[in-house]
Ligand binder design. Structure first.
Ligand SMILES: [Zn+2]
Ligand SMILES: [Zn+2]
Length: 270
């Protein structure tokens, strides 16, 4: 069904995260050597990202396939930003896409998490340095070092205490922040693996009518009834699976519960 190896247009050793996930489905990964993904935006702000991660990942994948002269490919893209409803929390959203031009397939895998390592500290709060380093698991988690006088990035991927201390000695007006690149950020790695599992699952769920992959839940609908007052709650009742190719639709009752808890009911607990 899938042509192996799959071309991966991505930097920062993401292949080492993705390979084990794809291997369990008999697929191997081929890194798109020489393809420069930095043109699609970087985390340190040197190249701005004009589009959201879903559009960026698709463009990156197509450009990578074009570069390598392949009709199938994979790409990965992540972002950090404020949580849509709780803005003081940071959310990490990871996207993966599989594109097959011959079969007209475009399958997205996604994972979001609030478990992130995204923080900074500057010389004015130097006494907090030991706590900062412990909280962000410095070592496996890398750091970016900036000079606050001109906000210039002086080093990235710092994982060594001696190197950090030397830089702080050399540039007393420092600012450090967690490196968000995948190979320097263990929590992000975990989330990329979750997005890869989501993608693999979609690549292997076939439409019962036309056999096209990505027969998955595209929408939820209905309202669960409250188990006490039997009025409609705001929680969904059905999962709607649909095919992007033939539009076959399958509506299924959700499996985790049949009624809603009264604590989520607007009548029992307004
Ligand atoms: Zn109720
Ligand atoms: Zn179909």
């Amino acid at each position: 069904m899938y042509t192996s190896p799959l071309l991966l247009s991505s930097k920062h050793q993401k292949e080492s995260l993705l390979q084990p996930v794809f291997e369990s489905f008999g697929l191997s990964i081929l890194v798109n050597e020489g393809f420069d993904t930095d043109a699609f935006g970087t985390f340190c702000g040197s190249v701005p990202r004009p589009e959201g991660p879903k559009i960026t990942v698709k463009e990156k994948c197509l450009a990578g396939m074009n570069f390598a002269g392949k009709r199938q490919g994979l790409a990965s893209e992540g972002s950090f930003g404020p949580h849509p409803s709780v803005p003081f929390l940071t959310i990490n959203e990871e996207w993966l896409v599989y594109i097959d031009l011959d079969r007209n397939l475009e399958i997205f895998g996604r994972s979001t998490t609030l478990e992130v390592c995204h923080s900074k500290l500057d010389y004015q709060d130097a006494e907090q340095l030991p706590t900062f380093l412990a909280n962000c698991s410095f070592g496996p988690q890398g750091l970016v070092f900036k000079n606050t006088e001109n906000l210039q990035v002086l080093a990235k991927g710092i994982q060594d205490r001696t190197q950090l201390e030397q830089l702080m000695h050399q540039y007393p007006k420092w600012e450090i922040e967690t490196d968000l690149r995948a190979h320097m950020n263990p929590l992000r790695q975990k989330n990329i693996i979750a997005a890869a599992k989501d993608l693999i699952e979609r690549m292997h769920s076939y439409c019962p009518k036309c056999s096209q992959p990505d027969f998955s839940v595209k929408k939820v609908s209905g309202n669960l009834l409250c188990e006490v007052c039997l009025q409609k709650s705001n929680s969904y009742q059905y999962l709607e699976y649909s095919c992007t190719h033939c539009h076959h639709l399958l509506i299924e009752q959700r499996k985790d519960k049949n009624f809603e808890d009264p604590q989520y009911c607007n009548h029992c607990n307004p």
